[in-house]
Design a protein around this ligand. Structure first.
Ligand SMILES: NC(=O)c1ccc[n+]([C@@H]2O[C@H](COP(=O)([O-])OP(=O)(O)OC[C@H]3O[C@@H](n4cnc5c(N)ncnc54)[C@H](O)[C@@H]3O)[C@@H](O)[C@H]2O)c1
Length: 337
């Protein structure tokens, strides 16, 4: 019998890649999404149920009707800046939405949950690499809402046996190499698609926030994980829960950081375009360096990120050209090298 997986937020960037891999592995994904930042066209490997994550009654009805073996919970708002200006949205969707899902799962005896958490729960780390035991002191409502969601999961496990794997992603990057799905956010804040926009002439330049950090080239360092590696981790987490494994929280990172200047250089090398950069002051509250200790994920799930930054950039570039046009380096901030 094909096992069903309810995928909230499966019409979005990471959720859609996971649905493709789920289907490839013989599972039947069912997407639950309100399409607020996702795309109907990204739902290609199972049916779409349109609904809001805060609608507990609807979630309960879907869970009761479909009887999925697990839920993968991607649905969320995920813009740090927006969360500072509109915290109410984040407490509502990420906080109350997760609560509604947990309640619906409890009522329908669905006891396996895989959750998209984030390194933003750690705030500004006092040591690197960041391991799962590091202090959790989020510095914005986005990170706080995700940490609260994790705490709800802990208590639902303790009281009701609702087990979860909380996957704390660092920076998701790249795209499906077949270009069936990829990254397409209306309000894009992620570095790689923003630089690719410059190469495609969709933006005049890339703003580099801070070049005076205490890092080797002065720009901020982040840990970029290929979206397909993240999808693989979800399958491993699913196998773990189905086999009766314990509740765990794991970092998903490569264990290696790349600076903004290194990412720009990788894009220049892949696209053959020189990227216009503008150095602007640091953003308040931006940690200068974030990268994961991924050893616990390897120990618990036998998962390790496989794809280097260059592959993520190549895959993202292929997708970006297909999705957004082919006027490479013609206008805007990129010119032929
Ligand atoms: N992209 C990253 O680098 C990154 C890093 C860390 C954590 N995450 C987390 O991973 C998850 C997926 O991120 P993404 O980049 O794919 O984002 P995304 O915006 O592409 O996907 C989110 C999906 O959730 C849906 N959604 C939003 N609000 C909803 C609601 N109220 N009801 C139902 N569906 C709703 C959207 O329509 C969209 O399809 C999020 O939970 C995010 O916090 C992402």
């Amino acid at each position: 019998m094909t096992l069903k997986i309810l995928v909230t937020g499966g019409a979005g960037y990471i959720g859609s890649h996971c649905c493709k891999l789920l289907a490839k592995q013989g599972y039947a994904p069912i997407v639950y999404d309100n399409l607020s930042t996702g795309h109907r066209g990204f739902v290609q490997w199972g049916k779409l149920v349109e609904g809001d994550i805060r609608d507990k009654a609807r979630l309960e009805a879907v869970l009761a009707a479909e009887q999925p073996v697990a839920v993968m919970h991607f649905a969320a708002l995920a813009l740090v800046g927006e969360s500072v200006c509109h915290p109410e949205r984040y407490w509502s969707v990420n906080g109350a939405g997760t609560y509604a899902l947990l309640e619906a799962m409890r009522k329908t005896d669905c006891n396996n949950l895989i959750f998209s958490s984030t390194c933003a729960i750690y705030g500004k780390p006092d040591k690197l690499p960041i391991d799962e035991g590091a202090p959790k002191v989020p510095i914005n409502p986005y990170g706080a809402s995700k940490l609260t969601a994790e705490m709800m999961m802990e208590s639902f496990d303790r009281a009701h046996g609702l087990r979860s794997v909380r996957l704390r992603y660092f920076n998701a990057a790249g795209a499906d190499p077949d270009c069936d799905v990829g990254e397409d956010h209306e309000s894009e804040t992620h570095l790689i698609p923003l630089i690719l926009d410059v190469a495609l002439g969709r933006r005049p330049e890339i703003s580099v926030f801070g070049n005076d950090y205490p890092t080797p080239d002065g720009t901020a360092i982040r840990d970029y994980v290929h979206v397909l590696d993240i999808a693989e981790a979800h399958i491993a987490a699913l196998d773990h829960l189905i086999a009766g494994g314990e509740t765990i929280a794991l970092n998903l990172g490569t264990g290696r950081g790349a600076s903004v200047s290194e990412v720009v250089a990788a894009v220049e090398s892949v696209t053959g375009c020189l990227i216009n950069k503008v150095h602007v002051p640091r953003r308040p509250g931006d940690p200068h360096e974030l990268w994961a200790d991924p050893m616990l994920a390897e120990e618990k799930l036998k998962w390790r990120a496989q794809k280097p930054l260059e592959i993520a950039v190549e895959d993202a570039w292929r997708w970006h050209q297909m999705r957004f046009g082919k006027e490479v380096c013609k206008e805007g901030g990129g010119r032929r090298m």
